[in-house]
Structure formats: C-alpha cells, structure tokens
Ligand binder design. Structure first.
Ligand SMILES: [Zn+2]
Length: 205
C-alpha cells in the first residue's frame, strides 16, 4: 500500500499499538462469552487493519476488536471493497454506453436501408412471427422479419405486398402470422436482412 491508499481505519498507528497492547494485557486467558457473542468487526478490511494482519482466532484478538469498536464506532468505508465496487460500476456503465452506441448504429443502418426502399416506392416495416413449425431448419422461430407493405421487384427478387422478405413458397406456412409490433424493434431475421441489404445496394447503385 502506498501513502495515498485510503485506510480501512482512521485510528492512527500509535492508537492501534496502544489498543493491541491493552488487549494483550486485559484479555486474560478465558473467553468472555458476552463479548464473544456480541463482537462483530465493522468489515473484514477494518478487522485486518486493527489486528495488523490476518486473524489467528486467538481470544485476545476478538477482545482487541471489541476495544477497537469502542474506539472507532464509525470507520471509513472499506477501501478495497469500495474501489472494487466503483470499478464494477464503471465497467457496467461502459458496457451500457457501448450497448447504446451499438443500438444507435444498428438503428441508423436500418433507417438508411428503409429510406432507400422508400425512395423506390417500397414501404417496409418490422413484424414479429408468432407461427411456429419447429421442423423447418432454415426458419428462424419467433424472429422479427422485414415485412413488405408494397410489392417488390428488384433484380431476381420478386415479392408480393404482405409477405416477409424471406418469404418463399417452401417456408410460406411458417410465416402465416406476421404481426405488427411497433415497439421500435429491429429485424432479427438474417435472411430478411440479407435480402434487404442486397436490394438496397442494387437500388442505390
Ligand atoms: Zn425473415
């Protein structure tokens, strides 16, 4: 520990030495059950600072804690635990910021793709699929799809209005129920997104 490291106790080294000496002198050979039953260190870091090292379990140490509790009823916050908590909170805040930035990037990318299609007269929205037929391997169950409100004919891709971009005759019955969600969710269906990107690329070329 360096001098700038916060201490777990505000008792000075001299005060601690006095307390330790007093504890050794006063404790006696027999455990006082009343003190043993009620003495609880403020926290492990404080106890370690008071004892000057790890606990051996000797009675005089517990008596020393008892004396130190009286000498210091409200110690400073345990520095290691406090620093660890602060580091954890900083990490969590950074993770939240990163997630929000990622979300903003994904939203911007989505809006850009939607705008390209809109300029070509094709409106799309995100719809959730509640139909479930698990035996279809290529079908993403419960995904959020890109749903066409207008027919789309770009390159070799031809879709009627009222279907998802990933719609094919073979997976049609998996996509019977596509419900509007309107909660700002972004599409999660990879096939839809792949089609959307390639359509947007062709349209803006
Ligand atoms: Zn899809």
């Amino acid at each position: 520990m360096t001098d700038s490291t916060p201490r777990a106790t505000n008792l000075t080294p001299a005060e601690l030495d006095d307390l330790r000496e007093r504890a050794r002198r006063e404790a006696g050979p027999f455990v006082n059950p009343a003190i043993a039953a009620t003495t609880r260190a403020h926290n492990p870091e404080w106890a370690r600072a008071v004892l000057g090292g790890p606990r051996s379990g000797a009675w005089w140490e517990l008596y020393l804690i008892h004396l130190a509790l009286q000498a210091e009823p409200s110690p400073p916050p345990p520095p290691l635990e406090t620093a660890a908590r602060a580091a954890r909170e900083r990490q969590e805040a950074a993770a939240r910021r990163a997630a929000a930035e990622e979300r903003a990037r994904e939203e911007a990318a989505w809006r850009e793709l939607v705008d390209v299609l809109l300029q070509a007269g094709v409106r799309v929205e995100v719809r959730h699929n509640y139909t479930s037929h698990r035996h279809y391997e290529l079908y993403t169950q419960g995904a959020d799809h890109v749903y066409l409100l207008d027919p789309l004919h770009v390159g070799r891709l031809h879709r009627d209005a009222g279907v998802a971009l990933c719609h094919t005759p073979s997976n049609a019955h998996n996509l019977q129920v596509l419900e509007p969600i309107g909660d700002g969710r972004l599409p999660s269906c990879r096939t839809c997104l792949r089609h959307l990107r390639s359509v947007a690329r062709r349209l803006s070329a």
